[in-house]
Design a protein around this ligand. Structure first.
Ligand code: PLP
Length: 351
């Protein structure tokens, strides 16, 4: 190792799901939305003022912040936006997890959390989910440097009841509790109303899943004004212009079309419930998912085999070949037609 390498900040990076690009593929591996963004988004992008591209975008991202605040009846000062919720979450780790005590998050959860913790040298502990992949709330009632978990959790899809979420917040009023609600719009119950009651709660959401805008990179956090101010202080110390002009315009247009949003979320929920029944009939087991994916294991056929067989047919799902999850597939909910094909291919393979 060269001497200079000793002082390099080394990290083991997060591994994003692959982005294959075949015309006939069915892509069920990264929890994207199978439906296009709201029609207003296309219009907004077509109407972009090219000359304005010379100019920096609004550093405060006011239009988008305001649109999100209006949608949830919040004050603008209670909303922070970023380049996908990954950016918002990374900023939040940097801003709020600054204690010698360990931050707590589940052993099976979004695999970016430990990457950020390692990157920022934040100590952490990972209480184990129970045998049914449920978070044990009591594990979060002890002294710590902060708490974060997704609700519904990923990659399990399991939702924690809001009363239990509140109990975790109530036990942790001396630290920041972050609830990552990337999948809450698919039938879950948001902790957002609790931000008025707890000044230490940050709720993070994204436009990537329920609003079909993964390609635009838009995420946001809602919380007490003081939390949002601290987040902005860190953001402005890092990169003032996180949100570009196209993302701002697309985001505002997406928020304005609540009807389209509801309609597409409902379609995905319906297809999810249909897929659950079909998977059960084929011998799969899974915890009840409240997200846009199902985390399932087959009673006899190993996950890796099914993963490969699907892949041959250009159907991509996600497989996490390690630890307690190594016999599970995470299957994103596509359109009804896509899921029909997926189930047919499975039927054929498993018979
Ligand atoms: C997808 C996801 C995110 C990040 O989404 P962005 O595309 O960065 O907004 C954050 N948390 C969880 C649990 C996710 O599944």
């Amino acid at each position: 190792m060269s001497t200079w390498e000793e002082n390099v900040r080394k990290v083991i990076p997060y591994t994003p799901g692959e982005q294959p690009n075949q015309p006939d593929m069915i892509k069920l591996n990264t929890n994207e939305n199978p439906y296009p963004p709201a029609p207003g988004v296309e219009k907004a992008l077509k109407e972009m003022d090219m000359d304005a591209m010379r100019l920096y975008p609004d550093p405060a991202a006011y239009d988008l912040v305001h649109a999100i605040a209006q949608m949830y009846s919040l004050k603008d000062e209670q909303v922070f936006v970023g380049v996908g919720s990954d950016d918002v979450l990374a900023m939040s780790f940097l801003t709020f997890f600054n204690s010698e005590k360990p931050v707590l998050f589940p052993d099976i959860t979004y695999s970016f959390y430990d990457v950020w913790a390692d990157l920022f040298k934040i100590p952490y502990e990972r209480p184990a989910l129970d045998e049914n992949f449920h978070i044990k709330k009591e594990d979060y009632f002890r002294e710590n440097g902060g708490v974060i978990f997704p609700n519904p959790n990923a990659p399990t899809g399991v939702e924690m009841q809001l009363e239990d979420v509140e109990e975790i917040i109530r036990h942790n009023q001396d630290v920041i509790v972050i609830v990552d609600e990337a999948y809450v719009d698919f039938g879950g119950k948001s902790a957002l109303p609790l931000i008025e009651k707890y000044d230490n709660l940050l709720v993070v959401q994204t436009f990537s899943k329920s609003r079909s805008l993964a390609g635009m990179r838009i995420g946001f956090a809602c919380g007490n004004e003081k939390l949002i101010k601290y987040l902005n202080d860190v953001k402005y110390s890092f990169n003032s212009y996180t949100m570009d002009r196209t993302a701002l315009a697309a985001g505002v247009a997406a928020v304005k079309d609540q009807a389209y949003f509801q309609e597409t979320c409902n379609k995905i929920i319906e297809t999810r419930e249909w897929t659950k029944k079909e998977l059960k009939a084929l011998g799969f087991s899974f915890q009840d998912s409240m997200s846009n994916f199902i985390f399932a294991a087959h009673e006899t056929c190993p996950a890796e085999k099914i993963f490969e067989a699907l892949r041959e047919k250009h159907i991509y799902v996600r497989y996490f070949p390690k630890g307690r999850t190594n016999n599970f597939l995470r299957i994103t909910i596509g359109t009804q037609e896509e899921m029909q094909t997926f189930i047919n291919v499975l039927k054929d393979y498993l018979k």
